[in-house]
Design a protein around this ligand. Sequence first.
Ligand SMILES: Cc1cc2nc3c(=O)[nH]c(=O)nc-3n(C[C@H](O)[C@H](O)[C@H](O)COP(=O)(O)OP(=O)(O)OC[C@H]3O[C@@H](n4cnc5c(N)ncnc54)[C@H](O)[C@@H]3O)c2cc1C
Length: 284
Amino acid sequence: MKPFEYHEPKSTAEAVGLLSKLGPSVKILAGGTDLIIQMEQRTCMPRHVVNVMRIPELQGVSGRSGTITIGAATSLREVETSPLLRDKAPVLCEAVSTIGSIQIRNLATVGGNLCNAAPSADAAPPLLILEARVRTVGPQGERDLPLKEFFKGPRQTALQADELLAAIEIPEPPCGFRGIYYKQSPRYAMDIAIVGVAVGVLRSNGKCDEARISLGAVAPIPLRVAEAEAILNGNSPEERLVNTAAEISRDAAKPISDVRASADYRRAMVETLVRRGLNTLLSN
Ligand SMILES: Cc1cc2nc3c(=O)[nH]c(=O)nc-3n(C[C@H](O)[C@H](O)[C@H](O)COP(=O)(O)OP(=O)(O)OC[C@H]3O[C@@H](n4cnc5c(N)ncnc54)[C@H](O)[C@@H]3O)c2cc1C
């Protein structure tokens, strides 16, 4: 690892001041479970590292006025075990529980998972079906944008060099909304997804009022599949519609073939898992 200068701001304002002053050779450090490995492998060689873990306002899960706020530096373990999230958005807890191991989740943060912008990031698909928004802070102040506009490509986000991710905000899901996350990976534990599928459904009177489908690890960025959702919205959940939505999701995936899985396999798994998720949520 190349030597670097270490900074430990105590507030968001101090962190943003450091980012502006130190310029492009600075990297934010949260849990370090991605960054430290990249620095060891010399794929990332910052001259300055700004640790954001001592900033109280970036920590914790809270709920107010129908919005759940998760500080960017909240550990994945805290997200996984948060009583508020378990009650209101259990699909996020379920997905986060598949990340690494308890030791990794104790260190790793939800902000780090999103800002690292791996197509396989397990927090992304559930947050997309929860219609999460992200709040960033920079020298010009705060910005608020939908999570789906945050991802720009593998390892690329909408963050400017002098901005940090402050929080993830989730509108409290409507009563009756249910979600499910499937992670397909070669090993049961300690492995990244080769396909991640999150499905959410809001039902009433036997109808599917709203369906939400998102995919991870099968395109340069995590995706929502609006076209597949539209097939189901407002309709009775017939098998024919579920199959069509699964096929549209399969065709929306643009996976690569690599050592973990072929593109054909990933596409086939998207179709299978979307169908499984819809059938599970629409039949109970
Ligand atoms: C053994 C192992 C297993 C893993 N398994 C999984 C898995 O199953 N699923 C999965 O999705 N991931 C997995 N990961 C990857 C990693 O643990 C997660 O992506 C984790 O959430 C990263 O969070 P972190 O706090 O450690 O981020 P860091 O490593 O500290 O940072 C990651 C990136 O985000 C940036 N960053 C962090 N916080 C902010 C912020 N607030 N504002 C702006 N930029 C920021 C950093 O500059 C860096 O570029 C695994 C890693 C290991 C080592």
